[in-house]
Design a binder for this molecule. Structure first.
Ligand SMILES: NC(=O)c1ccc[n+]([C@@H]2O[C@H](COP(=O)([O-])OP(=O)(O)OC[C@H]3O[C@@H](n4cnc5c(N)ncnc54)[C@H](O)[C@@H]3O)[C@@H](O)[C@H]2O)c1
Length: 378
């Protein structure tokens, strides 16, 4: 990996405080999401940027990893928009010079468009790629892509581990962009969604939740309106009640460090999946590995959103495809890449007694080293 760039930005007028970390540049390019939470700090953003470099390497995309953070817990409204404007102005030179910053936890598609506008950044003009539609239309059509990749990983892993017949129920922590797509995707693959959690608590029904009703009751930031929940469904407002739900698969699709050594003993699932980034701390993964519970690493499973933008920026998409053909191609690419990596990861795990996150890290670094060898002429 090359030199890391860490930037702190602030604006006293809007009380804006944020960070951008570019972990690596490849051919002058880097990319990653923007996280907006009250707790985000430089250390967290740096860890996420490094994970992004590894994720892109695993996905076979020669682009460096980056990440941004905005320290903010404001609800939607003019004050929050002022922070997005300040962020857009601060990162404008990066956006226009090869560092793509997109959505992540707390940043919706609308927020991304908002800070792009503040940066006077226009994907069409500033990252010219021959598309059959606008970038916004394409992203809209691919809004479930990260969740789709997570679902592909779950089914591929369950099959390879011989758990497909017993893994039928799922609990999902986080009901945002990723969590909602995982809920619909796994339901479509025959799973029963028995619990979903947002920042206000856990909604559970051992007989299976009505996913469509939950989707209708959820806003763009993944907050579920409790008033719209059917009677008979349990709503727990304790922070981590999702951990106590009996489910075969637990998908973590909220923030980082959701499972730590403090709560790992409560995990009941046969497979844990990092739908979000760095959702299970390494020591907690070690404990689960000793118990024989695989934790599918985020850098392997949640590359979908990054892959869509990355493949297009790299000009890898088929020329002359219609919008529908392009969207189908992008989903197929993500599915193939995620399933291929899960197979390789679990093949290696079958002959190594190491937790999956360590094997995935090795695999990503091998791919980075291979790429560097190819870039340097012999
Ligand atoms: N959006 C993407 O395409 C994408 C891609 C790769 C990785 N990720 C990662 O996936 C995770 C989720 O991203 P997202 O885009 O869905 O975020 P989001 O902001 O759309 O949704 C986050 C969800 O998590 C819930 N949440 C927050 N804190 C919680 C807590 N303590 N307990 C339970 N639920 C909580 C929120 O209420 C919301 O439902 C993040 O870690 C993000 O970095 C997202």
């Amino acid at each position: 990996m090359g030199m890391e760039v860490r930037i702190q930005v602030s604006d006293p007028d809007s009380e804006f405080r944020g960070f951008v970390v570019v972990n690596d540049f490849v051919d002058g390019r880097a990319m990653g999401g923007t996280r907006m939470t009250p707790q985000v700090d430089l250390q967290e953003v740096a860890g996420l940027a490094e994970a992004m470099t590894l994720k892109l390497a695993l996905a076979g995309l020669p682009i460096g990893g980056a990440k941004a953070g905005i320290v903010c817990g404001l609800p939607s409204g003019p004050e929050r928009d002022r922070q997005l404007t300040a962020f857009g102005q601060a990162v404008a030179p990066l956006l226009r010079n090869g560092v793509y910053l997109g959505c992540d936890q707390g940043i919706s598609y609308r927020d991304r468009d908002y800070f792009f506008e503040a940066a006077h950044f226009d994907m069409q003009r500033d990252s010219p790629v021959d598309l059959p539609c606008s970038w916004s239309e394409l992203w809209d059509k691919c809004h479930e892509i990260t969740g789709f990749g997570v679902c592909e990983a779950v089914t591929a892993a369950a099959e390879q581990l011989g758990l497909d017949a017993v893994c039928r129920t799922v609990a999902i922590q986080g009901f945002g962009t990723v969590g909602r797509a995982v809920a619909t995707g796994l339901r479509g693959r025959g799973f029963t969604v028995v619990a979903v959690a947002d920042r206000h608590g856990t909604i559970a029904d051992p007989g299976g939740l009505d996913v469509d009703a939950l989707l209708r009751a959820t806003d763009e930031y993944g907050t579920i309106d409790r008033g719209a929940i059917s009677p008979g469904v349990t709503c727990a407002d304790t922070a981590d009640a999702w951990l106590d739900v009996a489910a075969d698969v637990l998908v973590l699709a909220a923030g980082g460090d959701a499972i730590t050594t403090d709560n790992v003993d409560r995990v009941r699932a046969a497979i844990v999946v990092e739908g979000g980034n760095l959702a299970c701390t390494p020591p907690a993964c070690d404990v689960l590995a000793l118990r024989g519970v695989p934790v599918l690493p985020g850098i392997v499973v949640n590359c979908g959103g990054a892959a869509v933008t990355g493949l297009l920026l790299l000009g890898a998409a088929p020329v002359g495809a219609s919008v529908e053909e392009l969207v189908d191609w992008l989903f197929a690419q993500v599915g193939d890449r995620v399933r291929g990596n899960i197979t390789e990861l679990l093949d290696r795990a079958a002959v190594q007694t190491r937790p999956l996150y360590r094997i995935a890290d090795d695999l990503a670094r091998e791919r980075l080293a291979d790429r560097e060898r190819k870039l340097i002429p012999a």
